[in-house]
Design a protein around this ligand. Structure first.
Ligand code: DGL
Length: 270
């Protein structure tokens, strides 16, 4: 009864941690495509091909349901995967919708028409590919009206995290927040629209200043998956063993995961 968790690298571990806390009896198989990270500067075709390869590997581990714990893959590839590629007995779910449901104060899976919501000025921090896909704005428009979104493509942050360079990652976050605030001085809410960014959530929050509500996906995705599995228990696949797989160098990836998550995580070769 395993569920798969996919990311281009280490970022999905922020979601994985929340999933394990929320659903302790479910074995999660994590797949980090560290050999090909970052995805955020790749083309949509490239992201589609890499994401399909990772999801197939998770299906082979007995995970009939895979969470794309990667906004870039969710934005650039998920719709095409669902429409053209995922067979009827499997599911691939993204991380955008739970976040937008929370931002727009909806119940999980509430598909009623868009309506006015309290939050009017939203800062979105995401990878260049996620920002240029406009997938966040599209999903938001299905659910809310009158929300002004200012998006900042945060080039370099994922690369610095994947390279284990915390100081560079922090400096880049501060400069991206400053750049956004020049265009939107007083956001009410900020979305960390890349699963790597919660690893630096404190730096984002400090740079944004008090009074800005920072949304990150981990707990929201965990709640929404728990709700999904209650409604569709059949999608917990036959796999039994929790594990961490990487396309990168397993030892180096384990060390960097341990550095950022502050707990020992051991990857094996995918
Ligand atoms: N964690 C991925 C995301 O949420 C990072 C993408 C990348 O590899 O650039 O977008």
């Amino acid at each position: 009864m395993a569920v798969g968790v996919f990311d281009s690298g280490l970022g999905g571990l922020t979601v994985h941690q929340a999933l394990v806390r929320r659903l302790p009896d479910v074995p999660f198989v994590y797949y980090g495509d560290n050999a090909h990270a970052p995805y955020g500067t790749r083309t949509a075709d490239d992201i589609f091909a890499l994401t399909c390869a990772g999801v197939e590997r998770l299906w082979a581990e007995g995970c009939d349901l895979v969470i794309l714990a990667c906004n870039t893959a969710s934005a650039a590839a998920l719709r095409r995967m669902q429409e053209t590629w995922v067979p009827a007995d499997k599911r691939v779910l993204g991380v955008f919708v739970p976040l937008i449901e929370a931002l727009t104060e909806r119940q999980w899976g509430d598909n009623s028409p868009p309506r006015e919501v309290d939050v009017k000025h939203v800062a979105l921090f995401a990878t260049p590919a996620t920002v240029s896909s406009r997938a966040f704005q599209r999903e938001l428009a299905f659910r809310a009206i009158g929300v002004d979104v200012e998006a900042q493509p945060c080039g370099g942050v994922v690369d610095a995290i994947e390279a284990g360079d915390e100081m560079l990652a922090e400096a880049l976050v501060r400069s991206h927040v400053e750049a956004l605030k020049r265009r939107m001085p007083h956001p009410q809410a900020a979305i960390l629209g890349c699963t790597h960014y919660p690893l630096l959530e404190k730096v984002f929050a400090e740079a944004l200043g008090p009074g800005v509500k920072v949304y990150s996906q981990a707990n929201l995705v965990a709640e929404s998956l728990a709700d999904y599995l209650t409604r569709r228990p059949g999608f917990v696949g036959p796999g039994r063993e929790a594990k961490f797989l990487t396309t990168g160098d397993a030892r180096a990836v384990s060390d960097r995961a341990t550095q950022f998550l502050r707990q020992r995580i051991t990857f094996e070769a995918a």
